[in-house]
Design a protein around this ligand. Structure first.
Ligand SMILES: [Zn+2]
Length: 209
């Protein structure tokens, strides 16, 4: 991704066991989003970090979109090796600690802006879980959606209601995406939408009514 002649960074998609993680390489820092389901996934993430020419110690931050098993299983090993700061929403932090033994270094509330890649905004999107977050990266016109949206045959859908803490709350959260300018949505499960994602989200909002 470029702005003028200055590269502001890039997003690497890491395919794991039925789920994805994302490595966001920025000027000034690199962050990991989610950690897969197991130590095995952690090893795959470490291999990818090496393939993109980074050392584990260069991963400064790990953001957990939510504390479901397939997103946090690799966290203990990755934290030990990368020594990054772990960020999770305050409503997920306790579950995260119970399931992984890892304490969040930063308990997010939503609305924070990380000073990387021109500013990465944390969006609190409650519904799939109480403390699910998305990352909004205006520089890339991209959202990293976690499980709050899933990709299916080029469309964006809501995750199945039984998998959600509060399905109506999720719908209300997704409606707030109307206000944002984006073109790309990365999802943890299914196909990412790399073009025209805002229209897919607007279509989903119309279908929800
Ligand atoms: Zn989930």
């Amino acid at each position: 991704m470029t702005c003028g002649n200055v590269s502001l960074g890039q997003i690497h998609i890491i395919h794991l066991t039925g789920v994805k993680a994302f490595l966001i390489e920025c000027m000034g820092g690199t962050l990991l989003v989610d950690t897969g389901s197991s130590r095995n996934d952690a090893q795959r993430i470490l291999r990818r970090i090496s393939e993109v020419g980074k050392k584990p110690s260069e991963i400064n931050i790990c953001i957990i979109t939510h504390a479901h098993a397939r997103h946090i299983g690799g966290l203990p090993l990755l934290k030990e090796i990368c020594k990054f700061r772990v960020m999770a929403h305050e409503d997920e932090s306790e579950k995260l600690r119970e399931k992984t033994g890892v304490t969040s270094d930063v308990k997010l509330k939503g609305g924070e802006i990380l000073p990387l890649c021109g500013g990465i905004r944390i969006l609190h999107i409650p519904g799939h879980t109480r403390g699910s977050v998305m990352l909004y990266i205006p520089t890339f016109r991209a959202l990293i959606a976690g499980d709050s949206l899933i990709g299916e045959r080029g469309q964006l859908k809501l995750p199945p209601a039984p998998s959600c803490y509060d399905f109506d709350l999720l719908k209300a959260s997704i409606k707030r995406l109307e206000e944002l300018d984006f073109d790309i949505v990365f999802v943890s499960h299914g196909d990412d939408v790399l073009r025209g994602a805002k229209n897919r989200v607007l279509q989903l909002i119309r279908e929800m009514i």
